[in-house]
Every structure is written in structure tokens, then in C-alpha cells.
Design a protein around this ligand. Sequence first.
Ligand code: FE
Length: 330
Amino acid sequence: MLKYIAVIFPILFCLNTFAKDVVVYTSRKEHLIKDIFKQYTIETGVKVVYKTGKAAALIQSIKAEGEKSPADIFMTVDAGNLWFAGKEGLLESISSNKLRKNVPFNLRDEKGRWFGLSVRARTIAFNTSKVAKGELTSYEGLADSKWKGRLCLRTSKKVYNQSLVAMLISELGSNKAKAVVKGWVNNTVEIFPNDTAVLKAVAAGQCDAGIVNTYYYGRLMKKSPKLPLKLFWPNQENSYGVHVNVSGAGVLKTSKNKDEARKLIEWLSSRTAQKSFAQVNMEYPINNLFPESKVTKSWGSFKPNKSFNLSNAGVLQKDAIKLMREVRYK
Ligand code: FE
């Protein structure tokens, strides 16, 4: 018996040592992925090589490289971007029981081309000295004229807002969604290029509330904990819940290493990896059965939207962009 172990163990070890590297093209910042990929290498012996860049540029590279592309995985943020990569025919349909189990249905592609790996909420941040209790209710509520001159928004060019409006179209229908977004635009003081600028304007009292992704709030409050800012969870009672989106990944059709690529994505969705993967960017784990961080817990619990399948963030993206253009949301 011992003899067999002595023979088999080194063989298994060698196989692992010679497992091909997995190459990830990702729009995620290096400091958010570096350590988690290292951890994967320590656990499995498989090296993860990554190239970072903007989602659109990486998609262009993958297309230009074609069959010769070294990339095995495309990893990015927002279901709108993931959906686009799928629509362009770049992603392979993956059948994986692990991923089906770990990633809730509404947070992955039904054809298995991409899977959410961390959750962020796009919610309302407000100035605690300027907004009274009960004033905030819902995304729709911010369209009310009582918010005139009190709202700050990020540009409609950002996919985060396109996905949010896609959800509103899906939940309310086009006409109602349009009235809501028009109301926002009427109430807005200024449109900003990013979420952090929105938060700073709200904190400075330039406006009273804005719509932002949760981790930007986390980052800013970590740096400046005394800012008069808080998160509000809209649409909680008798409503569809807070808009959530994901960062996620899919295996590329041109990958020569699809099994290893799938295994890495499966591992990223597992309980052990989720801890580091979600927490490093102050995001939520992909599955609410996995524990969340102390930081996100301190923002309070909320009911996330579950009725809007995130694939529809892509399907309705064109309609969302058109709607925002029609109401002059810059
Ligand atoms: Fe972001």
C-alpha cells in the first residue's frame, strides 16, 4: 500500500505542477484580484496570469486575437458588460453544478456564459444633516418635486446607471420608468463623472442625496469616517427591493484550457474564496448563505431585488440608453 502511495503521490503532484496556467483578462483593478489569485495558486498549484484594462478594450483584444488569444477567462463588473461579451459570441456556455448551486439564478446567465461572483447594491446615499427621517422611500420617490434642487447623479453613460434604469423598465414598465428618470433629471443639481464625486457633493451639501454603488460609500467613509453620509435602502416594503448588480466572469470560447478556467471560476464562487473576493472591495458575497464582512454589515441589512434577472440589464440596455436620452439625462 505504502509503495502505491509513494508512486501515485509524486505523479499527482507532477500533474498539478504541469497544469497549464489560467489566463484572465479583467477590468478589475489589480489590487482587488492579486491576492485571491495567489491564494488559488497556493491551494491548487495552478498559476493565474492576468491582464487588466477597460472592459471594452479587453473585448476588442479578445476579438482581434481570435483563435490565438491566450485568454481563458473574461472577468469584469456589471451584468451589462458581461451580457455584451456573451452577445458578441465570446463566451462559452458552461454547465457546472457548483456554479448553479453557489450563484443565485438571477445573478448569472441562464445559458451559463457568465456568472456573478460578487454583489454590489446601487442605492441612495444621503446627507444626514439635510434629510429628515421618512423623506426617503424609493427610487421613484426621488422623482417627486420635493427633491427639486436636492439630487446629484452620475452620468447616464455609465453602465451602472444603464442597468439601474433597465431594472426600472422591467419593474415599472417603460412609461412609468421614463416618468421616474425624468423626475430625477428635473431634480438634479449636477451630473458627475463618478460615484465618489456624487458622494463628495452630497457630503459637502451641494445636494442632499445621490444614487451610488455601496463600495464607493465604503471606500470614502474608510478614508473620512466623519462625513455626514449614510446609505438608505429604498423599495423595501411592498416593493421590488434594492437594485443589485454583480462583478463576474465567463470562460472564453477561444480558450484552450476550458476545464481549468471553469475550475477557477467555480473556486471563486466557493465559500472560502468569497470571503476574500467580495470583502477586498467591500462588496457582498454572491450568495447570502455566505457570511458578509463587518463593514458591509454595519450599513444595515436590506431586501435585494430578486425579480429582475440580471441578463435583462443587457437585454434592456438599449431601451435604457434611449429612455435616458429622451429625458435629457446627460
Ligand atoms: Fe465601480
